[in-house]
Design a binder for this molecule. Structure first.
Ligand code: SF4
Ligand code: SF4
Length: 98
């Protein structure tokens, strides 16, 4: 069985721009957002809270996130397709509207 990296493994609550929605296990973040009537905005990473854990780098299929481990990361808006998958991974809420 192949695993689709772009689907979350368990239910995750994502908050962006003050709005929250649940991404059910096996769903794509963008689909769940769309169902909730939310459009994923352009994103940036707050350097004040980012721990440099690299979880967002690993989940991004567009190589849009970069940064040194344990240092604040950043999102390249030219590469980001606003899929929102990184939002479901970040445990510090550091990925915010640009
Ligand atoms: S929203 Fe952008 S940075 Fe985040 S995983 Fe998707 S393409 Fe990568
Ligand atoms: S997942 Fe969050 S804390 Fe971890 S590197 Fe990405 S933005 Fe920073």
């Amino acid at each position: 069985m192949s695993v689709d990296k772009k689907k979350v493994e368990k239910d995750v609550t994502v908050t962006i721009g003050g709005q929250s929605f649940v991404v059910p296990a096996g769903s794509k973040v963008k689909d769940a957002a769309s169902s909730a009537g939310i459009e994923i905005p352009a994103l940036k990473i707050d350097p004040a809270t980012c721990k440099g854990c690299t979880l967002c780098v690993k989940v991004c299929e567009n190589e849009a996130v970069s940064g040194e481990k344990k240092e604040p990361h950043s999102i390249d808006p030219a590469k980001c397709v606003r899929c929102g998958e990184c939002l479901a991974k970040c445990k510090t809420g550091s990925i915010v509207p640009a």
